[in-house]
Design a protein around this ligand. Structure first.
Ligand code: PLP
Length: 380
């Protein structure tokens, strides 16, 4: 495996210290092509937060992606890599006036919002920009749900987009996100129908939207199966034909679907013991705080590969290395691991390209953040 750490051009002479994440940019390109083939008319906007790795941003920029950025840090990262500011959308509805002003000064002209306060801040600090208003779609819960943290009611989205036009902004259009790792294709149909109603009401006010942003949420298969991109795209296509005007462009904003399958975490078993409750605990050198944040509530069930695969297996509780009682990856999810597993054994955690390294804490309990290595090879 030829890898080099992110931010460094030098090749790594030997396996890096465990744990580490290997990212395969060629897989990201393949995922981009597959999504583009399934939704040829859609603008694809990569949610940088899923994996802010320079090599991936460069690769996706070359492929023609746009970028959803959540902070000044992500904006500066993209710009430093040569991404044009007009391909960026500051999509986080939670931002300070100073952040909007800084983004505008850096050339960003597209923003998402979901409150009147944020709209007024955009009017003041990013005049003339294009805006997308995020509403809370009545979609079923996803595996890692946002709850009601983001999005106004559809009625409020209509009112705020009229106000945006009246205050001199360019109306992009309605925007929704059905929640990350959304397993029900019908969720997008529900959101698109609601976006269509907002669009119709806007047309009555002589406001003709440019786009409908159908967010991220496209799932990948982890230990559990997930509907494929073609199946979801067919549902989206039918809903777009039924509910949206032909002139509206479709924007899709994936994170996980582009980068999730493009990463493998390499970790190590630190210890195995039978706890007083008679359950077998397997402790890894990676846990909730250095990359496995999405095991919170056991939302995402990752797949493990060990050097002892093929030996008899039994159930295990899988835990991280810190002294924190919450640093347990799985205790309700049924995880089967070889009974022969021992301290020092290597373990791979598959499809860990999304929301792992970027979630890793700076140094909780003194454990360093997850390092990332970029591979020039194809992922098997
Ligand atoms: C604003 C926004 N857009 C897009 C995404 C990407 O979502 P996903 O990784 O589910 O595709 C997220 C994820 O949190 C988000 O917050």
């Amino acid at each position: 495996m030829l890898t080099h750490p992110v931010g460094s051009a030098s090749c790594h002479p030997r396996a890096p210290e465990s744990p580490f994440l290997v990212i395969y940019p060629e897989r990201v390109r393949a995922n981009f092509h597959a999504l583009h083939a399934a939704m040829p008319a859609a603008r694809i906007r990569f949610a940088v937060k899923a994996s802010p790795v320079p090599e991936l941003i460069r690769a996706l920029d070359e492929e023609g992606a746009e970028f959803d950025v959540a902070s000044i840090g992500e904006i500066e990262l993209c710009l430093a890599l040569g991404v044009e500011p007009d391909t960026l959308c500051y999509g986080n509805p939670i931002k300070k006036a100073a952040d909007i002003a800084r983004a505008y000064a850096l050339g960003v002209r597209r923003f998402a919002f979901d409150t009147e306060d944020d709209l007024l801040r955009i009017v003041e600090h990013a005049p003339g920009s294009e805006v997308e208003c995020r509403f809370l779609a009545s979609a079923p819960e996803s595996r890692t749900p946002f709850g009601t943290k983001f999005g106004c009611t559809p009625g409020e989205a209509f009112r705020l987009l009229v106000r945006a036009r009246d205050l001199g902004l360019i109306v992009g259009g309605p925007y929704f996100h059905v929640g990350s790792q959304q397993l029900d294709p019908n969720a997008w149909r529900i959101g698109i129908e609601q976006a269509g109603r907002i669009t119709e009401a806007l047309a009555d006010k002589d406001i003709h939207i440019r786009s409908v942003n159908i967010g991220g949420g496209l799932p990948i298969a982890y230990a559990d199966p997930a509907p494929g991109v073609a199946e979801i795209a067919a549902v989206i296509d039918a809903a777009v034909t039924e509910f949206l005007p032909e002139t509206a462009e479709l924007v899709v904003e994936p994170g996980r679907a582009l980068v999730g399958s493009a990463g493998i975490i390499h970790a190590e078993v630190v210890g195995v013991r039978i706890a007083p409750d008679a359950r077998r605990w397997v402790y890894l050198d990676i846990g909730r705080y250095n990359g496995m944040a999405e095991t919170e509530n056991e939302y995402i069930a990752y797949r493990f590969v060990t050097d002892r695969d093929g030996d008899p297996v039994d159930e295990a509780v899988v835990a991280g290395p810190t002294c924190d009682g919450d640093d347990v990856l799985y205790q309700r999810t049924r995880v089967l691991l070889p009974t022969t597993l021992r301290a020092g054994d290597r373990i791979q955690i598959l499809d860990t390209g999304a929301y792992t390294a970027s979630y890793s804490s700076v140094s909780f309990n003194g454990f360093p953040p997850l390092t990332v290595h970029v591979s020039g090879a194809e992922r098997e």
